[in-house]
Structure formats: structure tokens, C-alpha cells
Design a protein around this ligand. Structure first.
Ligand SMILES: [Zn+2]
Length: 194
């Protein structure tokens, strides 16, 4: 038996309707009023063109301080559902960088100063919706594998206490240097920086 097929005309009409729905779904959703803003899922990502991208939650806060003109009109950039899925994908993920410092930072391992112009190590970890940053000076980064090994490869990583324990139990140039910079800080590099 031959399958039923719609007439060419009906086929075209159905296709046009399909395209129209797709266009409507893809059409930008514009938020013009405080009521529309409040009606959004709080994780919805919106942008007032020319300003920063915010979640609806942040926009409501900003509007409370600066007035709705600071955040509206805005356009929906991503749904709350999408943002939550993105956060979930990032959960537990760590992103590592070795940036060059533009301002002073403090090393989380020896508490010494990381000076402007120096290259240091930075980990950004996404944990339970929070963004955790961990910074290490070049010397502390170099000894990390040894400290980590000494601590028994803990899942949660190591911190300055593990560094200290390692340094106390080890007698090498590196461990002495660690104890020295922990006590006296890191001197400002002279001239060329690494
Ligand atoms: Zn350090």
C-alpha cells in the first residue's frame, strides 16, 4: 500500500509554518519592564547592549542600586537552564594559567609577594557555584610535584600547610629556600623579570 503524502501545497505550508516557529524560537527576547525582569528565571543571562552581561538576579540587584535604566532594556542571551547546565559542566573543573602579574599578588603557598612583571601560576576552580582562585609563585610551583607526592596525592590538592610540613621534613636547597621566603617574603626582582 502506498503511504499517504500531503499535497505539494500542504507540504510547502507545513514547511513554512515550521520555519516560522523556528524563527520565533530564535527571536531575541527583549526585557523592557521591571515586571518582565522579575518574571525571569533568576539565572537567565541578559545583556543591556553596551554594558556587562548579567544574570537576572544580578540585574535585579543592580536595578535596586542604580535604577532600572542601568539594566533595561535588555535582551536574553541564554536561558537559566543553559547557564545551570554550563555551571554543572564546569563543576570541579580547574583552569590553569601562567599569567604575568600586572599588580602585586600573594603566593598561596609561601605567602610571599608575586611582583608585577613576574610570571606566576594561577588555578581557577569551579566548586559548588563558587569560583576559587589559587596563586603560586614560580618557585612554589616548581616544588609542587614534590609537595604533592609527599602529602600522598590528596584528592583535594595541597595547601601552604602541606608545603610547610614538606619543608620541615626535607632538607634540600628547595626546602630551605621555601622556609626562607615563607619567613622573609620574596624580594622584589631587580631588572629583568622572568
Ligand atoms: Zn610561593
Amino acid at each position: 500500500m502506498k503511504n499517504r503524502t500531503p499535497s505539494a501545497e500542504a507540504n510547502i505550508k507545513a514547511h513554512e509554518e515550521h520555519l516560522k516557529r523556528r524563527r520565533e524560537e530564535a527571536a531575541p527576547q527583549i526585557i523592557r519592564t521591571p515586571a518582565e525582569l522579575r518574571a525571569l528565571d533568576r539565572d537567565t543571562v541578559i545583556e543591556k547592549p553596551g554594558t556587562v552581561i548579567r544574570t537576572a538576579r544580578q540585574a535585579i540587584n543592580v536595578a535596586g542600586h542604580w535604577g532600572v535604566g542601568a539594566v533595561l532594556p535588555a535582551v536574553v542571551v541564554a536561558t537559566g537552564e543553559h547557564l545551570r547546565a554550563c555551571r554543572e559542566a564546569l563543576e570541579g573543573a580547574t583552569v590553569s594559567h601562567t599569567p604575568r602579574a600586572r599588580i602585586k599578588h600573594q603566593c598561596d603557598c609561601c605567602h610571599g609577594t608575586i611582583w608585577p612583571g613576574e610570571t606566576y601560576h594561577r588555578d581557577i576552580t569551579f566548586d559548588a557555584g563558587q569560583v576559587l582562585t589559587w596563586k603560586a609563585c614560580a618557585e612554589c610551583e616548581d616544588i609542587l610535584p614534590e609537595v604533592y607526592w609527599r602529602a600522598g596525592y590528596p584528592d583535594e590538592g595541597v595547601n601552604h600547610d602541606d608545603y610547610y610540613e614538606w619543608a620541615e621534613e626535607t632538607d634540600t636547597l628547595e626546602s630551605q629556600a621555601y622556609l626562607h621566603r615563607r619567613e622573609h617574603g620574596r624580594p622584589e626582582p631587580k631588572g629583568e623579570t622572568t
